[in-house]
Design a protein around this ligand. Structure first.
Ligand code: KIV
Length: 272
């Protein structure tokens, strides 16, 4: 295995598979708007996920269920306009692919055509096999998502760690192998035991990107607002906060309020 880091000008699904083969870890972050995507892309993040977590982070919903296909396309096209290097993957939102494979394909085509994104992500394994196959047959790259799948929160009942029991762990491994077999280019594993995630990563050749799945996988993904500390009510064990932007922005904005009230802003130089 070579450990030399290749300098990719543009990340493709093939680059990610090559990175795994070369032992290079893959970085992935969410973004939902132009300005954030520009920062994330410029910083060298390999994959930008326009996640349906936009439903929580951008719109303030409790779950990812309410976000619509039109809203996802709006977020995705804003992100695509900003990027030069990253691969842009977009979540198919709840209700846009579960009923049948034709609807799934229609939704995936709308995302690709109307936003200019490079790939789609769907939650689930064998239950949505036909939909994934149909999308792949149309030439659209698919990223899988197993483990904690937030669109099924009302089935699970909680956001706790998944696949702790052997039966669920075996199903997850089989599903990951199925996703590889039918042609997915990568799979996200969310909130499962690290040892199981490592086992999955070692048993398939496509990249496994983890969130709360330990360090034995091929890459990591976080919600950008969480890792920048813009959100502060959400503190799972797996989250590393690189900044405390909630506090820093709060201080800056409070200062602005105070400057306006005191007539300190604008000063002589800040007017025409
Ligand atoms: O929507 C999202 O942000 C996601 C990540 C948590 C993987 O699916």
């Amino acid at each position: 295995m070579s450990t030399a880091k290749k300098d990719y000008k543009r990340i493709t699904t093939k680059s990610l598979i090559e990175m795994k083969a070369n032992g290079e870890k893959i970085s992935m972050l969410t973004a939902y708007d132009y300005t954030m995507a520009k920062i994330v892309d410029t910083a060298g993040v390999d994959v930008i996920l326009v996640g349906d977590s936009a439903s929580n982070v951008m719109a303030g919903h409790e779950t990812t269920l309410p976000i619509t296909l039109d809203q996802m396309i709006y977020h995705a096209s804003s992100v695509v306009r900003a990027i030069q290097r990253s691969l842009v993957v977009v979540d198919l939102p709840f209700g846009s692919y579960q009923s049948d494979s034709k609807e799934a394909l229609r939704s995936a085509i709308r995302i690709m055509k109307e936003s200019g994104a490079h790939a789609v992500k769907l939650e689930g394994g064998r239950e949505i096999k036909d939909s994934i196959k149909k999308i792949l047959h149309a030439g659209i790259p698919v990223m899988g998502h197993l483990g904690l799948t937030p669109q099924s929160i009302y089935k699970f009942g909680t956001y706790t760690v998944r696949a702790k029991e052997e039966e669920e762990a075996e199903k997850l491994i089989d599903d990951a192998k199925l996703l590889e077999r039918i042609g997915c280019f990568a799979v996200v594993l969310e909130k499962i035991p690290a040892a199981l995630a490592k086992r999955v990563a070692e048993s398939i050749s496509i990249p496994v990107i983890g969130i709360g799945a330990g360090g034995g996988v091929d890459g990591q993904v976080l919600v950008v607002h969480d890792m920048l500390g813009m959100t502060h009510e959400f503190s799972p064990r797996f989250l590393r906060r690189y900044m405390n932007l909630f506090e820093d922005m709060n201080i800056a904005i409070s200062q602005y309020v105070s400057d306006v009230k005191s007539t300190d802003f604008p000063n002589e130089q800040e007017q025409y």
